[in-house]
Ligand binder design. Structure first.
Ligand code: SF4
Length: 502
């Protein structure tokens, strides 16, 4: 354990869930199907940009990003309260576009960006509409309205076509609908609430599970103080000094005091994961009530020789979402250690995908043990926790062997491109975006010049305004950053590759 850091959090007493997580979790159904083309890597950034553009273009009466929340109390269990919160894309007042003389009302607007052909959409996606209805429910409750309109705004990011769907919702109807949704969520909320109270009680009485070694108590105290003060701690200590427990124990204690909701234990190698799992098992043997999940790469847990995630190729993919919640609940109420083998066993029992199941178990785990990628890699990070619209909670990050993070981070945030790609891009953009095409040409010229001086790879040190990279220095990191097929041989006979360095 050589490092750790954490972010901020606001404490709430009720079980808390975001509108999006709630509807996506309760209303999901159907198959896993990765044949549906994935959105481009920059889809999220483009989507946010489009959101802001539409909100801005909607005029001064359009109130963007309206935070809404409610505390839902279960009639049959008044002690169980769930805080539901989220942010509506917009609220405005007006009339329906095809009925300008009709009744004026308040609209809740939910914007969704997509690459789908909007012409083929006959109705909004059920989970999207459910999200908007939740906001309508909360807004009506807050403002005492008897009815309001829901507008679903779909925008195609390529064509910028916009398609609207409207719905008028009455307060009694939407209240009934929301009650049904929350009833479905009831058993999950009851479990979570009960578990947190069991966990907290067990943490209070948990002793340090070993006799303290020299300096270990001070180390644990430093970790605790770091969490309490919201700071970062880098620590370097020799193997065998008991770093893992010295970092985990105070983190667990801090969780018991409500200072964090989840621990992410990040490792570079699976041996590090096993040490963390074993340490938590020892704490459990001393009375700790604590759930942990160990995330394993898809290729390693897949039931096929090679993942082919679609209902035609994989029997687990077919109907996965119809069965997954039952599988999760079964495991959740039976075991505390969601290890790779346990997840595989329950996934088989319920005929669901073990990889997807492990990701879902992370929602309920107190500690998520996983590779650095799941937090830091822009292509692989856990969106359910770290996406822009994920619920903001307080997490503790314990980064094992943090010195590996430099090279791994360099890999994650590096890009490779070739002269051929630059030339093709310049050609493609020359008529519509000539300034960017010129930048491509300049990059290509510089790349070409340095390439012919030496066959070595070049490290790129900054991103100029168009996001292209100029090679500034000879490659200084050999080994881990290397990509297969690069580095040697005649540059005339193949593309020249470069890497950015963050
Ligand atoms: S079992 Fe394998 S192929 Fe099937 S859905 Fe899961 S990862 Fe994909």
């Amino acid at each position: 354990m050589t490092g750790g850091f954490l972010c901020t959090w606001t404490m709430v007493s009720a079980v808390s869930v975001s509108v999006r997580s709630l509807v996506e979790f309760i209303l999901r159904s159907g198959d896993i199907d990765n044949r549906i083309p994935a959105a481009p890597d920059d889809a999220m950034i483009e989507g946010s940009r489009m959101h802001r553009r539409l909100q801005k273009a909607s005029g001064p009466d359009y109130e963007p990003e309206v935070s809404l929340s409610c505390i839902y109390t279960y009639p049959d269990n008044p002690d169980l309260r769930v805080k539901v919160e989220g942010r509506a894309d917009g609220i405005y007042h007006g009339t329906l576009p095809d009925d300008p003389h009709g009744e004026r009302g308040t609209f809740v607007d939910e914007i969704k960006t997509t690459y789908r052909n909007l012409g083929k959409m006959t109705e909004p996606e059920a989970v999207h509409l459910a999200q908007a209805r939740c906001y309508a429910y909360m807004y009506m409750q807050e403002h005492g309205l008897g009815w309001m309109y829901v507008r679903m705004t779909y925008v195609n990011l390529d064509s910028e076509d916009i398609h609207y769907f409207y719905e008028r919702v009455e307060r009694n109807q939407i209240t009934e609908w929301f009650d049904d949704l929350m009833r479905e969520y009831g058993k999950w909320a009851a479990f979570t609430s009960n578990w947190i109270s069991q966990r907290t009680d067990s943490i209070r009485t948990l002793p340090f599970p070993f006799a303290y070694r020299e300096g270990q108590k001070e180390l644990a105290a430093d970790v605790y103080r770091t969490i309490v003060h919201g700071r970062k701690l880098f620590l370097e200590a020799p193997t065998g000094t008991g770093k893992t427990i010295a970092a985990l124990f105070p983190s667990i204690k801090a969780m018991g005091e409500g200072k964090a909701q989840k621990i992410f234990y990040l490792t570079a190698k699976s041996v590090g994961s096993r040490v963390a799992e074993d340490t938590l098992e020892i704490c459990r043997s001393k009375g700790l009530k604590f759930k942990d999940v160990c995330l394993t790469a898809k290729e390693k847990v897949c039931v096929l020789d090679r993942p082919e995630c679609n209902p035609d190729a994989c029997p687990r993919a077919k109907g996965h979402f119809d069965r997954i919640n039952a599988a999760i609940y079964d495991l959740l109420t039976t075991a505390d250690n969601f290890s790779r083998t346990t997840i595989q066993e329950y996934a088989e029992k319920h005929n669901v995908c073990p990889f997807e199941m492990s990701l879902d178990m992370s929602l309920f785990a107190d500690c998520v043990i996983c590779d650095y990628n799941y937090v830091f890699d822009p292509h692989a990070y856990l969106r359910r926790f770290f996406a822009e619209d994920a619920a903001r909670e307080n997490y503790i990050f314990l980064v094992d062997e943090a010195h590996n993070l430099v090279d791994r981070g360099r890999d994650m945030y590096s890009a490779a491109f070739s002269l051929r790609e630059l030339n093709a891009m310049s050609h493609l953009l020359s008529s519509k975006l000539p300034t960017i095409a010129e930048e491509c040409d300049r990059c290509a010229a510089k790349l070409s010049a340095v390439s012919f001086r030496s066959p070595a790879r070049y490290t790129l040190l900054f991103l100029p305004k168009w996001g292209f990279c100029f090679p500034l220095s000879r490659n200084i990191s050999s080994g881990s950053g290397r990509r297969r097929g690069e580095g040697n041989g005649s540059l005339r006979s193949r593309p020249v590759s470069c890497r950015t360095r963050f």
